[in-house]
Every structure is written in C-alpha cells, then in structure tokens.
Write a protein that binds this ligand. Structure first.
Ligand code: DON
Length: 304
C-alpha cells in the first residue's frame, strides 16, 4: 500500500478512540487544547516527509524535548560525565515521581523521567552560555523549520506550577547531584518542554535517530554507536511506565510527551511522529499509540 494511504488509514482507524482518554490538565494552557486532533507524519530514509490528518498543526512537545536535551549533552560531555549523574534503567514509577530519587540517593533512573531530564538540563546550563537559545537553534536546524518557537504561555504556566519539579531538583541538590541554580535550570527545562512543533517538524527533527546519527542536512549529530545507544534508551524508558506495553504493541524506540505527541523510529527506515492530545493512564497518547501499532503491523516492522 502506498505510504500516504497507510497514514490516512491509520488516522481514520483510530478516530473511534477519541473520547476514551484524558487531555493533560495540570496547566490551563494544555487543558484547553482541542481533544479531537489526530495527526501523523513520517520522514523516510530518502529524506521525504509525508503526513495525514492534523500533521501540520503545532502542539506542545513536552517530554519529547528530553531527546533533544540528551543529544545536546552527548555533544558536550563524555559518557562517564553523563552516566555518573543519571542512570540507564527503566523507572517503574510515574515520570514525575520523587520516591526513587530519595531511595537511590539523588541519582535518577534515566534521562527521560523528569528527574533525569533535570540533571541533563543542569549539565546543559553548565556548559552552554545561552542554553535556551542553543536549543532553539538546534531544533530549528533539525526540523528545517526556522520558525519553531517556545510557547511562553506554557513555559510561564509550568513555572507557576513547578512545585513538584522544584522538589525533585532540590532533593537531588541535597545529595550533591545538582550543580546549578535550581530556579534557572527549571526555567530552561520548562522552555524546552514548551517547544511548539507539528508532526512534520518532529519527524524531520528525529530523522538522525533513523539515519545512524546523520541529520537531514547531512551533518553527523551523534555517532552511529551513540544513535544505537539513544534508541536503546528510548526503547526501554521512552514511554515511562508504558514502555513494556509500547514495546509489545509497537516495537519501536519512542518518546512521548503529555501534549499528546509520540515520536518513534524504525532504524534505517523512517522517523515517525503521531499526535493526539488524549492520554492513557501512563500519560502516553492513546490514539497516537494505536496509530503506531497500526503502522508497525501494516509495514510488518518491529525492532524485535
Ligand atoms: O515537567 C513536566 O512534568 C512536564 N513539563 C512534562 C511532562 C511530560 O511530558 C511527561 N510525559 N509524558
């Protein structure tokens, strides 16, 4: 089946799931999003991007930004410098849990839960003169979209409701695993989460994960080995507590965000982004996961 038809079929097939999940409600800026949106885009290994449904409508990428942050950190630090501060294991707890941080003496399980992403944001803050500016520059280059921007309303609103993330950061600081000023790092972290991108932007931006570290522009962003390592971490921890279910149903490395986006990768073949704002119990897009499941079944592709 031609790919364009496959994408349209995926959108049509999951439409009956609308109404079965819940839009993220922890800040008004996210709670007010239209729950009926469904979009999908793929960028195939030849560099072509196609999409269906609401794939050109920008949404809040939220935790998907954690992939960009880790990729930037891999360019600034040695492996040891990163992995001494944050682990590589699935957490088995919700993405914003404090419990493990206390029990495991301030070292988060992985870079994709909030605690781990705050460590990565701390690392970026320490080595980049203007981390927010640099992040924007990188994401614009990767997506080949010069107008990708932060959503100030979302970033400010997250900061207003930052008690839990601030607690996590201070708890890590109490164990000596946080160098920077908590407030400054939180503000950067919330800006990364507030990036507004559409499915086409994100599928293009994640192309390097399908292409042994080489971006659409032909630059080597990370090495082939680092790309494999990033994909391994995404497969084991990218969907939080839903990583096992996602591996079972979809079988691709992936990363979700509470804005309802999920990026996924078929190494050597394509990068994918789906979006639908209603979430399942683990905070992952309900219809988005179903679209990816459909695609993997129709293409007969899984990394397993
Ligand atoms: O820090 C937070 O909790 C949110 N800005 C991001 C959380 C998120 O996207 C988790 N994803 N499923």
């Amino acid at each position: 089946m031609p790919e364009q038809l496959l994408l349209q079929e995926a959108v049509d097939k999951v439409r009956p799931l609308l109404g079965k999940g819940k839009v993220a409600g922890y800040i008004p800026a996210l709670a007010n999003v239209d729950p009926n949106k469904i979009g999908i885009a793929i960028t195939t290994i030849d560099g072509t991007t196609i999409g269906a449904g609401d794939y050109l409508e920008p949404f809040s990428i939220q935790s998907i930004s954690k992939v960009f942050s880790l990729t930037l950190a891999l360019n600034l630090y040695t492996e040891d410098e990163i992995w001494n501060r944050v682990g590589k294991e699935p957490s088995g707890h919700s993405f914003n849990s404090l419990v493990q941080v206390e029990l495991e003496r301030g070292k988060p399980r992985n870079p994709f839960i909030n605690a781990g992403a705050l460590i990565i944001a701390d690392l970026l803050q320490a080595r980049l003169g203007a981390p927010k500016h640099r992040m924007l520059e990188v994401v614009r280059q990767l997506s080949q979209n010069p107008i990708v921007a932060y959503d100030k309303v979302v970033a400010d609103s997250e900061y207003q409701f930052s008690a839990r993330n601030a607690s996590i950061a201070y708890l890590m600081k109490s164990f000596g695993n946080f160098d920077g000023d908590v407030d400054t790092v939180l503000k950067s972290y919330f800006h990364y989460c507030s990036l507004k991108m559409n499915c086409a932007d994100l599928s293009r931006a994640m192309f390097y994960l399908a292409n042994r570290g080489k971006t659409l522009n032909g630059d080597s962003l990370v090495s082939p080995v680092q790309t494999r390592q990033l994909n391994a971490l995404l497969a084991t921890s990218g969907l939080y507590d839903g990583a096992g279910e996602f591996a079972y149903r979809v079988g691709m490395p992936g990363k979700s965000g509470v804005g309802g986006g999920i990026i996924a990768v078929i190494p050597g073949d394509m990068s994918i982004c789906v979006w639908s704002p209603e979430l399942d119990m683990n905070g992952n897009s309900l219809a988005g996961t179903a679209m990816l499941e459909h695609i993997s079944q129709q293409l007969g592709r899984s990394i397993f």
